[in-house]
Design a protein around this ligand. Structure first.
Ligand code: HEC
Length: 470
């Protein structure tokens, strides 16, 4: 340790003598020695660079996750050589009249640049603690309280129901009473589960707030992990598989629509159309258009290929929690208790949209293409379409679930007395079964249209049962 401890100082003296230009005053020398990567340098990197220079899509191929990654550098070579800050790519990029980095942000202050410079001059010592701040998910054998259920999804054959319980996916058998299969993920919180329409994959999306978005793809039959992809720097919400099952589109807490390719080698895309969290994204059945909505209260239609905004279909008075699409309609629902279908053929005719997404205003032709369903008794938290996209179910902060025929917007079923609030619902292929999960942590499976409860269970083991007096 002693060698390590004094190594930087020796190094500074050595580089100083080799490089006349790098002569340090005694004060500088003692400052340089005391600079801690963990306490001084990392906070600067984290605040100003890490957002773009980390993860799978690190810009310029440069990851600044660790000192080793910085020494390795990106497309342009190492970020710096130890002891030689003034010849480094790092200093070149962050200094000057109009520094290139951090991109599109104010330049670093002189003081911060000095810290980086002196740290390199002082040997770029790495006092980070291995694994510190690294993300670890803990999945208990037994939960103290049943976790809320954020997502449910039927397998294509309807025999299994995937249930999102905090960080794990639980595969519940619909037809028999065999015990559920618990499949862990590395996401802090899972927010969206979906089986691909070819029956092969199960996608589980979520992430960790302000850290990363994550999608894991599992084999739909045995629950084996196929691949996991961490993308961006904030969690994902909900979305949908593309009709060809090659991509999953997800709304992000970073305000973007993310198109995550199943093939880990294929490029993922992000479309920035919304000014706030995107809660949900849906593909039209032809795979050409995406419908999206979120906290900015707008409902948008964009090209799934390019992300070009086709139209801001509508704006609500409240946030949009859920979107859907069939062959004719884009559908959106949210806190305003409304469920509205937008006839896309009419809505997207003669589109004149200029500029970027957020400036585009819905126009008065709205009445021609916006068709409201029956209004709901409370805030809508989720909608679900059947696999054949003929039916849509609606639920939220109220004690029933309603099912509608999308084509004529007529109600076909009403299931009363479901545990309230409902966070997530799912329909099977032909809308003969409905699954309901929510805050209470139980899942109910109902027969449609009569609404008979077939099964009700808590998908994960819970240690203590809390007695509730009648
Ligand atoms: C908003 C995003 C963003 C932020 C923040 C950002 N960068 Fe970059 N950086 C980029 C992009 C994009 C590129 C690649 C294209 C280019 O060079 O403009 C890049 C390239 C670089 C390169 C060249 C990489 C190579 O090997 O070619 C360096 C060095 C760099 N950035 C350093 C930094 C540092 C240091 C910070 C923090 C002080 C920072 N960047 C913050 C987006 C960003």
């Amino acid at each position: 340790m002693i060698v390590l401890k004094y190594f930087p100082l020796v190094f500074v003296l050595w580089t100083t003598s080799v490089n006349g230009a790098e002569r340090l005053s005694p004060l500088e020398k003692s400052v340089a020695e005391k600079i801690s990567f963990r306490k001084d340098v990392w906070p600067i990197v984290k605040r100003h660079c890490w957002g773009c220079h980390s993860g799978a899509d690190a810009k310029g191929g440069l990851s600044m996750n660790t000192v080793a990654a910085m020494l390795k550098g990106g497309d342009g070579g190492p970020l710096f050589e130890i002891g030689k800050p003034d010849e480094s790519l790092l200093l070149e990029q962050i200094t000057g009249d109009e520094p290139e980095m951090p991109q599109k942000q104010p330049p670093l202050s002189k003081a911060k640049i000095n810290i980086m410079r002196h740290w390199i001059l002082g040997g770029a010592q790495d006092d980070s603690i291995a694994g510190e701040g690294e993300f670890k998910v803990l999945i208990p054998d037994k939960y103290k309280v049943a976790p809320a259920i954020n997502s449910v999804s039927f397998s294509v054959d309807g025999k299994r129901l995937a249930v999102a319980c905090r960080s794990e996916v639980v595969l519940v058998n619909v037809e028999d009473n065999n015990p559920p299969l618990r499949v862990p993920s590395n996401s802090d919180l899972l927010s969206h589960l979906e089986f691909s329409s070819d029956g092969k994959l199960l996608a589980a999306a979520g992430g960790s707030p302000a850290r990363f978005g994550e999608v894991s793809f599992f084999n739909a039959t045995d629950g084996k992990l196929i691949s996991t992809r961490r993308i961006g720097h904030d969690s994902f919400f909900r979305g949908s598989f593309s009709p060809d099952n090659k991509v999953i589109a997800l709304g992000g807490a970073d305000g973007a629509i993310h198109l995550v390719a199943v093939d880990a080698k294929a490029e993922s895309k992000r479309f920035e159309l919304h000014s706030d969290w995107v809660f949900d994204v849906a593909y039209t059945p032809d795979g050409k258009t995406l419908i999206s909505g979120g906290r900015d209260k707008t409902i948008k239609a964009c090209s799934a290929e390019t992300g070009k905004l086709l139209r801001s279909l509508d704006s609500s008075t409240e946030l949009i929690s859920s979107v859907a699409a069939d062959g004719l309609f884009g559908i959106a629902a949210g806190r305003a208790r409304t469920l509205v279908g937008y006839e896309l053929k009419i809505a997207l005719q003669n589109i004149e949209v200029t500029g970027a997404g957020n400036g585009a205003k819905p126009i008065s032709r709205r009445a021609q293409y916006a068709k409201a369903f029956e209004s709901q008794p409370g805030e809508i938290l989720d909608t679900a379409t059947s696999g054949d996209r003929k039916a849509i179910a609606v639920a939220g902060a109220f004690g029933d679930v309603r099912v509608y025929n999308i084509a004529d917007r007529k109600r076909t079923a009403l299931i009363p007395n479901v545990p309230n609030p409902v966070y997530s619902i799912a329909l099977n292929q032909d809308a003969t079964r409905l699954a309901v999960g929510g805050k209470q942590g139980t899942v109910g499976i109902y027969q449609l249209p009569e609404g008979k409860l077939l099964k009700s269970l808590t998908p994960v083991p819970v240690a203590e049962t809390i007695a509730i007096s009648p």
